[in-house]
Design a protein around this ligand. Structure first.
Ligand code: FAD
Length: 286
């Protein structure tokens, strides 16, 4: 049955990969090795994050440029609006367009602690970008609701506003509770969102770190996952395999539910994402 499923999937699945700017020479090597390996899977696009307030927008841009030149892939910089004025954002957008960048992942960014209501939300950034040029824009979506949202309803209305402003697709926050993703996808349809809601897949290898991150981002870590990683605190190799098997199971179920596009939070590593893609029938072209 699995083989049959694979045959049906082959050629129908689109994947994209997310990377972050490396901080050391060693990390840089790992990144480029990963990009090379994952580029053979012909992703629809790859993206490079930009940490709001990190002051590293230029590094994101230079990696994007390098990916484009070295691999020919479509490369999308992440751009946040929390840490720049409208005029600055217009300049950045013009500069990206002039450099041949047509795809952007448009985000608000996390609010610095103690800050008040922001001047701009991601929907405003989408409007601004579209006023500069006809970018292809991805935005963020939260199946388990963004931590600051007044309600799930308000968060959904915000997502709809991002599409009305011109976004082309939404990439979700990572999740492990497939039901919440599927319910969320249904709710998107019920408010008239027709664009693709692309699940963000996080292959987990560091469970302790995940637990911290999940709390910050309002993502539920199901108790069965605790059980899966129990006793592996000092066994990175087995953790990796367990993480891969969880993600493989997730994408298998999601693809049976009709999901055709997957976004991978690679954490700059190729092996887990590559293996998961393999099980989805996404393989290097002959
Ligand atoms: P928004 O869509 O603006 O929403 C933020 C919050 O404000 C939500 O709670 C929403 O419901 C609420 N809201 C929206 N509009 C209004 C309004 N008019 N009035 C009141 N409330 C409103 N962060 C980075 O710094 N760099 C990255 O590269 C990065 N990449 C990411 C990629 C993905 C796929 C995802 C899912 C997240 C990423 N983030 C990144 C994190 C993101 O910046 C944070 O989650 C941030 O807190 C919200 O960004 P947003 O674009 O979803 O904001």
């Amino acid at each position: 049955a699995l083989n049959q499923n694979l045959a049906e999937l082959q050629g129908k699945i689109n994947v994209s990969f997310e990377f972050f700017p490396p901080r050391t020479e060693e990390m840089e090597k790992t990144l480029w090795h990963s990009i090379e390996r994952l580029s053979t899977l012909k992703p629809k696009f790859v993206s490079v994050t930009y940490g709001a307030n990190s002051g590293e927008r230029d590094r994101t841009h230079s990696i994007i440029k390098e990916i484009k030149t070295k691999t020919g892939l479509i490369a999308a910089p992440h751009l946040t609006c929390i840490d720049a004025s409208r005029d600055q954002l217009i300049e950045i957008a013009k500069d990206y367009w002039a450099n041949g960048i047509r795809h952007i992942v448009a985000l608000r960014g996390d609010l610095p602690e103690g800050s008040g209501k922001p001047d701009m939300y991601a929907s405003d950034l989408v409007t601004l970008l579209k006023s500069v040029a006809d970018f292809d824009i991805s935005v963020a979506a939260y199946p388990e609701v963004h931590p600051e949202a007044k309600s799930a309803e308000a968060d959904l209305i915000n997502l709809k506003a991002k599409f009305e402003a011109g976004a082309n697709r939404a990439i979700t926050q990572f999740f492990f509770d497939i039901e919440s993703f599927l319910r969320f996808r249904d709710r998107c349809v019920s408010v008239g969102i027709e664009a693709e809601i692309v699940p963000g897949i996080l292959p987990v290898s560091n469970f302790a770190q995940l637990q911290k991150f999940a709390t910050m981002t309002n993502v539920k870590v199901p108790s069965w996952m605790n059980g899966m990683f129990q006793g592996l605190e000092h066994d990175a190799e087995t953790r990796k395999m367990v993480g891969a098997s969880i993600a493989m199971e997730m994408v298998k179920i999601l693809s049976r539910e009709g999901v055709k596009d997957f976004h991978f939070y690679t954490l700059n590593r190729a092996e887990l994402s590559y293996a998961i893609c393999h099980t989805l029938g996404v393989r290097p072209m002959a």
